[in-house]
Design a protein around this ligand. Structure first.
Ligand code: SF4
Length: 464
């Protein structure tokens, strides 16, 4: 057992970052954080103080570098993301690349030397940054251009690893939610018209929006277009994550209402795994959903895969990736399994993300090489806490069709107006380069009850 004393190392916010860094080396069961003077209980004490040099003593990263060096010496590990504990490496890279993010070689050098990021992760970040600059640099800071997110928090079953807003409600309960959501959409649309906001992208996520029946889905999409239409919309995505919720009729409805990007998410193409993780579909139903989406003329399909699922090894992951590549999706997103608090998997094995770290790293390396050979390029990247091996999630694209909304949400230089239960709205203030947030409650029944309160919050943040 290791005991960490952060008393001399800054405030509570800094201490939280240091703890995140420690977790990259040690399982939570392997260390304790001690207050100054607390009984050590026999733990091996790692006392983390600020460096003595005056310049370095104000630099939190200097403390993190010391901590990284101590932990590497103690454990023999060299985590690839170095001392980076934040979830947006590309955003940091852009800031380090100087005015307009133009000096990528400078950012690469600082990533390696100041942040101890490995060559492979530095190169990955630089490639994502370059592709985003080439594709999306314009309009990122236009104050009136926004993205719209609409949440449908229902799924047919709950996946074992799920930590999202997902309910398995009787269908009759869904209509009450859709009415409340419709009110929020009308309210936001009126405010946006007054403020002359322009919508650049629309994303309907969840949950599983295609859990709605065809009639309700059509109603929602038609309402969305009435509220947020305009010739400025460049991308309209619907998450159709569960193949078992997709039908030819729903896809026709989506195309008729202008949806041009659909996410069909296998997560794995191994039927045994799909049963194990609580998904109510097979690999064959993924293939069938792709066929229907192609027949309906969906121009861009994304497919998500997860590295590190229970019971999978490098071979089974490779088979999944091969099967997905045969479907020729325009976008493929490789996620590292995340073990958040709400996940059932976490109840079964609280440290599963540590146990699967090595194999998940092998899977993501294999994915990067295979996708490169298949002409996919990485276009967006983010990290989450408590992922297998502290690995990142990476979106790949081919044929020049990266997902615009995904880039904007990670870049944090555009206002995202989010509607529905669990949605989080972010107002971007360009002159201060910062965000202000308001949240909707995540319980869909409380959302219906307290809708007026959430409309008032939006009014104050966005429209006053
Ligand atoms: S499909 Fe997504 S939101 Fe729904 S239960 Fe599975 S992980 Fe959660």
């Amino acid at each position: 057992m290791y005991g960490f004393v952060f008393g001399g190392a800054g405030g509570a916010a800094d201490a939280n970052e240091y703890i995140e860094l420690v977790k990259m080396f040690l399982r939570p069961s392997e260390f304790r954080v001690l207050r100054a003077g607390e009984d050590t209980g026999g733990a091996y004490i790692v006392d983390v103080k600020r460096p003595a040099a005056p310049a370095a003593s104000k630099d939190k990263n200097a403390v993190k570098r010391l901590l990284y060096e101590r932990l590497s010496a103690l454990t023999g590990k060299l985590p690839e993301w170095g001392i980076l504990t934040g979830i947006r490496p590309v955003k940091l890279f852009d800031a380090l690349a100087g005015p307009n993010g133009a000096d990528a070689s400078r950012a690469c050098m600082r990533f390696r030397e100041e942040y101890y990021v490995s060559d492979a992760k530095t190169e990955l970040t630089a490639r994502v940054h370059a592709l985003q600059r080439a594709t999306f640099a314009n309009a990122a800071t236009d104050e009136n251009t926004v993205s719209v997110y609409i949440g449908i928090p229902f799924c047919p079953t709950r996946c074992q690893y799920c930590s999202f807003t997902s309910n398995q409600a009787p269908y009759a309960r869904i209509s009450g939610y859709l009415s409340a959501l419709g009110r929020e959409m009308d309210f936001v649309a009126a405010g946006m018209a007054r403020k002359r906001f322009r919508v650049e992208s629309i994303y309907i996520g969840g949950g599983t929006p295609t859990a709605l029946n065809e009639e309700d889905l059509d109603g929602l999409l038609a309402h969305t277009r009435r509220c947020f239409d305009g010739d400025t919309v460049k991308e309209f995505t619907v998450e159709a994550g569960r193949p078992d919720t997709i039908s030819a009729g729903k896809l026709r409805v989506m195309r008729r209402r202008g949806v041009d990007r659909v996410s069909i998410n296998p997560q794995s193409m191994n039927d045994d795994t799909l049963v194990r993780i609580g998904r109510n579909h097979t690999a064959e139903s993924v293939r069938a959903a792709f066929r229907l989406a192609r027949e309906a003329g969906v121009p861009v399909i994304n497919a998500d895969l997860i590295a590190g699922l229970p019971g999978e090894d490098a071979g089974s992951f490779a088979r999944s990736l091969t099967a997905v590549l045969e479907l020729e999706p325009e976008n493929i997103t490789i996620h590292a399994l995340a073990m958040k608090r709400a996940a059932r998997l976490k109840e079964q094995d609280a440290e599963y993300n540590y146990e699967t770290a090595a194999v998940a790293a092998e899977m993501t390396r294999y994915a990067a090489e295979s996708l490169e050979k298949a002409s996919y390029a990485p276009y967006y990247l983010y990290r989450q806490k408590q992922t297998a091996g502290n690995l990142e999630n990476t979106g790949y694209t081919r044929d020049g069709k990266p997902g615009l909304y995904n880039v904007r949400i990670m870049d944090e230089r555009q206002t995202v107006i989010a509607l529905g239960a669990g949605a989080s709205t972010k107002l971007y203030i360009p002159r201060e380069n910062r965000l202000e947030r308001v949240f909707n409650v995540s319980n869909y029944e409380i959302y219906e009850e307290r809708l007026d309160e959430m409309l008032e919050r939006k009014q104050r943040l966005l429209f006053d």
